[in-house]
Design a protein around this ligand. Structure first.
Ligand code: ATP
Length: 413
């Protein structure tokens, strides 16, 4: 019998299997050259890509998507973890195996200009990987180039042109032809349409979908754009600050998201439906630095659904603001509030004059009095003790939810 995990039959063999992929960059002191910390760009991510499917890696800018792509292609050495491609460990490859892997797994860049040499004709650019792989017969190379140009919607005559004569969309088509020239099994497309005009974006996405259907390519699509991902991907992994927070079949994640971060991302997609107006939860606070990620669940400093401590019953929206106040105190950004009245402080931090939960209100009022008395550290300590959330203490693991997909959120525990 076939059991299903993450939307796939278990007895299917993945083409690519990424386990605990981790990449930390050292932070060094410019003068002394000593290590002062680490940027945790990617922290233990797991996902599989099966033959012929497209898997999306989505998340805000800086969450580690490109680092994950470079590490899984062997362009950067991971700090930890394994990448198994067609049954073999990529990190253990010798030079010859590495060369074969480089042919079978291709990278498509966001900005075609960065991958095309302005002095090289389109034909030469597409033929270059063939030459590197040992195809020395010039006539055969020309035939392949002509065929590839037509497959990506250009014409054989375009082989004679140079990158500066092409539009952005045409250049991305050339980039795609170049990546496909060596018949790869896997294409890693890093924001392939982000540098293009909106009108051209959908043409390139349609082309990717067509090519995938005709040659059975597997694709890892990296994008911050949920619309792009929904259009193309069979399954997606949502990343936040170097970690996967939700993973599953695209339609399941879009129709019934199980992680508050995914819900917030989806709510941020502009909608024309008037019934949707005003229901969107927007994220507060800045994306924390990957060199000093929050404790517990990394999303707790911005999460609209952060868990309340036992015994309190505070409106969730207000609870988020109390957590934001704790954040301000921790960041020492409330110093100038001394000598204000607690009423003014409540207004400053968008807190109501009276919380519905009397016990919570008494704690809050005491903390605000301490801030007003010029002792924000005491207020921070009181709020940290009374209003501690499990989300700041325990890091959730990625577990299968009742909805079917995996999510890393303590609410599912
Ligand atoms: N070589 C490096 N040294 C130190 N930090 C790095 C290095 N490369 C990336 N980072 C940091 O790691 C984090 C993840 O970067 P990455 O480029 O993978 O994110 P991303 O999700 O692809 O973002 P974007 O969409 O902006 O490209 C960022 O905070 C980035 O500043």
């Amino acid at each position: 019998m076939t059991s299903v995990t993450d939307g796939r039959p278990e007895d299917d063999q993945p083409l690519l299997s990424v386990r605990n992929l981790t990449k930390h960059y050292p932070l060094t002191d410019g003068l002394l050259g000593t290590e002062t910390g680490r940027v945790r760009a990617v922290d233990g991510i797991d996902f599989d890509v099966y033959p012929g499917e497209t898997v999306g890696l989505v998340g805000e800018s800086g969450c580690g998507k490109s680092t994950a792509a470079r590490a899984l292609l062997g362009l950067e050495e991971p700090t930890a973890g394994t990448v198994v491609f067609d049954g073999e460990d990529v990190t253990a490859f010798d030079d010859a195996a590495c060369k074969r892997f480089r042919r079978r797994a291709q990278l498509l860049f966001q900005d075609p200009d960065s991958s095309l040499d302005p002095r090289m004709s389109v034909g030469d650019a597409i033929a270059e990987p063939l030459l590197v792989q040992g195809l020395t017969a010039a006539t055969r190379r020309r035939e392949i180039v002509a065929d590839l140009l037509e497959r990506v919607g250009l014409s054989a005559a375009d082989a004679e042109r140079y990158p500066h004569e092409l539009s952005g969309g045409q250049k991305q088509r050339v980039g795609l032809a170049r990546a496909l020239s060596v018949n790869p099994d896997l294409l890693v497309a890093d924001e392939p349409t982000a540098a293009l005009d909106v009108s051209v974006q959908s043409e390139i996405l349609a082309l990717l979908a067509d090519l995938q259907a005709s040659v059975g390519l597997s694709i890892v699509l990296i994008s911050h754009d949920l619309g792009v991902v929904r259009q193309l991907c069979d399954r997606i992994a949502v990343m936040y600050l170097g970690e996967i927070v939700e993973r599953g079949p695209t339609e399941d994640v879009f129709t019934d998201p199980q992680h508050p971060y995914t819900r917030a991302l989806l709510a941020s997609i502009p909608t024309t439906d008037p019934r949707d107006r005003g229901t969107a939860v927007s994220l507060t606070g800045d994306v924390p630095s990957p060199s000093n990620p929050p404790s517990g669940c990394r999303f707790h400093t911005r999460c609209p659904e952060v868990i309340q401590p036992d015994g309190y019953d505070i409106e969730q929206r207000i609870w988020r603001r109390i957590m934001d106040l704790r954040q301000h105190l921790a960041n020492e950004t409330v110093d100038g509030e001394a000598r204000a009245s607690t009423t003014t402080l409540r207004e400053t931090f968008s807190l109501p004059a009276q919380l519905e939960d009397d016990r919570a209100d008494a704690v809050l009022e005491t903390a605000l009095e301490q801030i007003a008395a010029g002792d924000p550290d005491r207020a921070a300590a009181l709020l940290a003790t009374e209003f501690a959330t499990p989300c700041e203490r325990r890091a959730p693991s990625l577990e299968v939810t009742e909805a079917g997909q995996d999510a890393a959120c303590l609410r599912h525990d």
